[in-house]
Ligand binder design. Structure first.
Ligand code: 5GP
Length: 201
């Protein structure tokens, strides 16, 4: 059976990653969203085991020691990590996996999993990104400034990704990610079985 595709989505806070991922999942109901573990506080709308697995710092550090994570990183004052087993299991079953992780995590995945596809979402402009962040009720001015500095650093790393997608309208963003998925599945090295050469070699 063909292994599933691993799509790694990154981009600055406020760029629209969650909306894009929900849209892609709506097109592909079998696609598995990798639920990360984190030590950050729950926000409104967060559900344990759905948006994240919420852990104490001690629990998270135990998980690191047990080698549970595909990758983990500190982002702001918190830990975030991707549990390995659920992802590997889905990929082996031929199911596609999508994950929303930061740049440090994505680059770790790129090293460990050669066929992972890294997609970076950018806002149409930096001014638009700032506007979107300001539109969020939960963002203080101090927090805003931190997120903008973080976003500039993330942009500086985006050249290491496989694809850059502009997050303007959700429809277009979802369509472009879907095109990437289709193209990746058509890559010749994944489809040599179609050439029917096995018997003659
Ligand atoms: P938030 O706290 O806003 O949900 O997420 C903050 C950042 O952590 C986002 O950039 C998100 O992509 C990243 N993130 C979420 N889960 C993981 C993970 O498992 N690993 C890493 N490295 N980053 C993550």
């Amino acid at each position: 059976m063909e292994r599933g595709k691993l799509l790694v989505i990154s981009g600055p806070s406020g760029v629209g990653k969650s909306t894009a991922i929900k849209g892609v999942q709506a097109l592909h109901p079998d696609m598995y969203f990798s639920i990360s573990a984190t030590t950050r506080n729950r926000r409104e709308g967060d559900v344990d085991g759905v948006t994240y697995w919420f852990k104490t710092t001690e629990e998270f550090e135990n998980m690191i020691a047990r080698g549970v994570f595909y990758e983990w990183a500190r982002y702001g004052d918190n830990y975030y990590g991707t549990p390995m087993e659920p992802v590997d299991q889905r990929l082996q079953q031929g199911l596609d996996v999508i994950m929303d992780i930061d740049v440090q995590g994505a680059l770790q995945i790129q090293k460990r999993c050669a066929d992972a596809v890294l997609i970076f979402l950018v806002a149409p402009s930096f001014a638009v990104l700032e506007q979107r962040l300001r539109g969020r009720a939960d963002t203080s001015e101090e927090d805003m400034q931190k997120r903008l500095i973080q976003a500039r650093w993330e942009y500086s790393q985006a050249g290491q990704y496989d694809y850059l997608v502009i997050s303007d309208t959700p429809e277009r963003t979802v369509k472009e990610i879907d095109c990437i998925l289709t193209a990746e599945k058509l890559r010749a090295h994944r489809r040599t079985y179609l050439l029917g050469l096995e018997e003659s070699i």
